[in-house]
Ligand binder design. Structure first.
Ligand SMILES: [Ca+2]
Length: 496
């Protein structure tokens, strides 16, 4: 009885923690020659927007095998194949900063700082028919400055950014336009740029995040909930963010909303928050440092793009080590950092690594400033599927002692980017003589040892480590000469 309950509790705990749906091993992916700022998915296609002039195939060095793509490209989410849909976004700051498809996937809305798509004059926001890759003739709002967030709903397409007018009408940094492109009466005055939007219209809420301190003439720092029809303030979050912490990304699922922030100065908040859609109350908050740029909830796990460090106070997190972890997975339920540690470098621009995430057809796409993924050259884009293909690093085996009839071997635990529990196998003269299983992370690789009872003479020892799917190469062998047991050691019961 006790044991059945214990097992049930254990399996419930595992379910609550969530398990990443993706391995930490990147799939072959096309690259950009600049920064990816935005990703969107519709009908198995992933759209990539940013500041770049060309894309190039997986494995190609910078400048090689380039294909022209001006700040926009489209790929098959699963095969990664480059697709022909290739409108060029030019003019102004020629950058695509925000993209999202309609719920039915038929229309892709695009915002940024541009005044031409192909040869057509536009103003910072457009829409495409995804089946034909043609520019909408009706959705052409004339936005006075950069669009940084787009949130389509059935009745309204919400835009956020730096602007103060749409179609000549005053709209301060947030606005709503019909799917046909007509400005809606929705109005809210936000004092500083809007960087993130998420609609929960069935709950009567539009979540708005950004750099601001004031909304509709009242104090509202970094995050506010507005009435999606009128723009009136529904809720503010007065104690959630210290000064100079901007909300960079908002996502939602059926019951909760999730927020990621980038802070500056003392007491900053750089991490992630989960809140309840129904009443806006806080569920959890993590305190990892390293500005969060993008989040995506998927199958019980919140994936985030940041340059996390000093994450010791969050369960499953790591201490300050002077390095950065650019991709994280954490439990949606309780914020616990899960054992999933693919990584990028800082890369170009502001040197913050990844900036955008999207999941399509079981593949996680990541875009940003990076030029390396898991230590290998890969610029601007990468993606992760379910298959674990990476083996743990092989440990260095050493002999710490020999005695009559025995050899003590030591090594430091290895680490694996997506498996905490690793099994170490010890071979003597090519024959498996022992194995041990131990958990480790890249910041905690404990010392391990094994004492082998061996016949006298010369022996060659080697070690390998497996994550259960992939096994490292076997280590170089170390040669040891084991002295015979003397009468005294026999009497004493073996080596000491
Ligand atoms: Ca693995």
């Amino acid at each position: 009885m006790c044991c059945t309950t214990a097992l049930l509790d254990a399996s419930l705990a595992a379910a609550a923690d969530g398990k990443p749906s993706f391995s930490a091993d990147p799939l072959a992916t096309w690259q950009t020659d600049g920064i990816v700022w935005s990703l969107a998915a519709a009908n198995g296609v992933v759209y990539v927007g940013g500041t770049f002039d060309n894309v190039r195939p997986p494995g190609a060095a910078p400048g090689q095998q380039q294909v022209k793509r001006r700040n926009f490209a489209a790929f098959d989410a699963v095969t990664g194949k480059l697709l022909p849909c290739a409108p060029s976004f030019t003019g102004h700051h020629h950058t695509v900063r925000a993209m999202k498809a309609s719920a039915d996937g038929r229309v892709l809305y695009v915002g940024g700082s541009f005044n031409r798509v192909g040869s057509t004059a536009v103003a910072n926001a457009v829409a495409f028919d995804t089946s034909t890759c043609t520019l909408s003739k009706t959705f052409r709002p004339s936005v006075s400055a950069t669009v940084r967030a787009v949130e389509p709903t059935d009745r309204a397409i919400y835009l956020g950014g730096d602007f103060s007018r749409i179609g000549g009408q005053p709209r301060n940094r947030v606005a709503a336009v019909t799917p046909q492109g007509a400005l809606l009466p929705f109005r809210a005055d936000v004092d500083l740029p809007v960087r993130a939007l998420a609609a929960a219209t069935s709950h009567g809420r539009l979540f708005v995040g950004g750099d601001f301190e004031s909304v509709n003439g009242q104090g509202a720092r970094s995050l506010v909930t507005l009435n999606p029809t009128s723009g009136k303030t529904v809720l503010t979050y007065p104690n959630w963010f210290p000064p100079l912490s901007s909300v960079k990304t908002i996502a939602r699922d059926k019951t909760r909303f999730y927020v990621g922030a980038e802070g500056h100065g003392p007491g900053i908040f750089d991490g992630r928050i989960a809140g309840r859609l129904t009443n806006g109350t806080l569920v959890w908050k993590d305190t990892c440092r390293g500005a969060t740029q993008a989040i995506v909830p998927y199958e019980g796990v919140l994936y985030s793009a940041s340059h996390a460090h000093d994450c010791d106070e969050t369960p499953g997190g790591f201490p300050e080590r002077g390095d950065r972890q650019h991709l994280l997975a954490q439990s949606l339920d309780n914020r616990k950092i899960l054992h999933w540690f693919p990584d990028t470098n800082d890369g170009l621009g502001e040197h913050v690594g990844p900036r955008a995430l999207a999941v399509s057809r079981g593949t996680l796409w990541v875009g940003g400033e990076f030029t390396q993924v898991n230590g290998a050259d890969q610029q601007g884009l990468t993606r992760f599927g379910a298959r674990d293909t990476g083996a743990p690093d092989v440990p260095v085996l050493a002999v710490s002692g020999t005695g009559p009839g025995a050899v003590t071997l030591t090594w430091r635990a290895s680490s694996d980017r997506d498996d905490a529990s690793l099994t170490y196998r010890i071979y003597r003269d090519g024959k498996l003589v022992a194995q041990q299983t131990k958990t480790s992370t890249y910041w905690d690789m404990p010392k391990m040892s094994h004492t082998d009872t061996a016949p006298p003479g010369s022996h060659r020892y080697a070690i390998e480590v497996t994550d259960g799917t992939n096994t490292s190469p076997r280590s170089d062998a170390v040669t040891v000469t084991v002295p015979p047991k003397t009468d005294r050691t026999r009497a004493a019961g073996g080596p000491r």
